[in-house]
Design a protein around this ligand. Sequence first.
Ligand code: ATP
Ligand code: MG
Ligand code: FE
Length: 341
Amino acid sequence: RFLLAIESTCDETAAAIITDDLQVLSSVVASQEELHRRYAGVVPELAARAHVERIVPVIDEAIRRASLKPADLDLIAVAHTPGLAGSLIVGVSAAKALSVALEKPLVALNHLHAHIYACRMAAARDVFPCLGLIVSGGHTSLYHCRTSTEFEPLGGTIDDAAGEAFDKVATLLGLSYPGGPAIAKAAEQGNPRAYQFPRGLRGKSGGFDFSFSGLKTAVRYEIWGPGQPIDGPPPLSEQQVADIAASFQFAVVESLAEKTKAALQHTLLPRLCVGGGVAANRLLRTRLREVCDQLRVELHFAPPELCTDNAVMGAIAWEMFAAGNFADLDLDVLPGLVRNK
Ligand code: ATP
Ligand code: MG
Ligand code: FE
């Protein structure tokens, strides 16, 4: 049987065909990175318009590459939460239209659950129960994943996402967008202990929540001085840029590793599954590997192509299908702007 999964939560328009034994027959991702580069961040209105232009060609291409016809599809799935409202609406509308036209059932996905399921797709075996860590441009969340369909949020960022902090600090340092890879590269020449940047919500006080906005502000003040306006390119030497990048990256990674370790100790879960664009970060990978080795916990990273937004991870729809968890045609988007859990 054939699943068509659709993803349009942020700035990637994606579709994939996955069989009920989790074979990936096709995966198409149209990234909008170029479109948003000059703004150094995703512009919601531009993203929504680009989804409208791309959604039909992307779905067509996924079906074509799988050598199928629309009538061959058995299940339609779409991520309806969380994300940008205007972006989500495009995918959800397309999925509903296909569900009606083809008379096939519809499944509504939580995009963050799907990010964790990317590890299941990569491992090619069961990874549940596990602790799920999602670190991306829009999200930083920890989940207690009891089964492939039972996800309990343990904590998340109360302000910026980890990737968002990378992107904003990169702009402050005059580095390119997306900021994650640019900061990681600059940090290679820097000293991670050159600057003492704050770790938000450190210790038990914050539970399993994260905070990165104070860290971002600390970097800003380091460059421009407290209360001073940002005035042109940063007045920094190449070595200072490298040292700030390294110290900032160190602070983000320590925050993520510390809370993740505490959550593993609290839940006693046997494995950790990590997804989202920031999971590409080498220092984060090294630190989480150390934490997991120390606690004797199995560690799974989504591979790079399944870390960033894609529709293959929408294969979680088969789990929901098996659990009889279907959506109606009154399915709405749930942007979750207040707190993305
Ligand atoms: P969403 O949050 O909805 O999943 P997104 O497009 O904002 O979508 P992703 O595509 O998963 O997020 O990831 C992009 C983010 O990952 C960017 O913020 C980018 O800076 C960050 N990133 C990519 N590579 C690295 C890296 N090596 N180190 C740190 N951050 C990275
Ligand atoms: Mg993206
Ligand atoms: Fe995502």
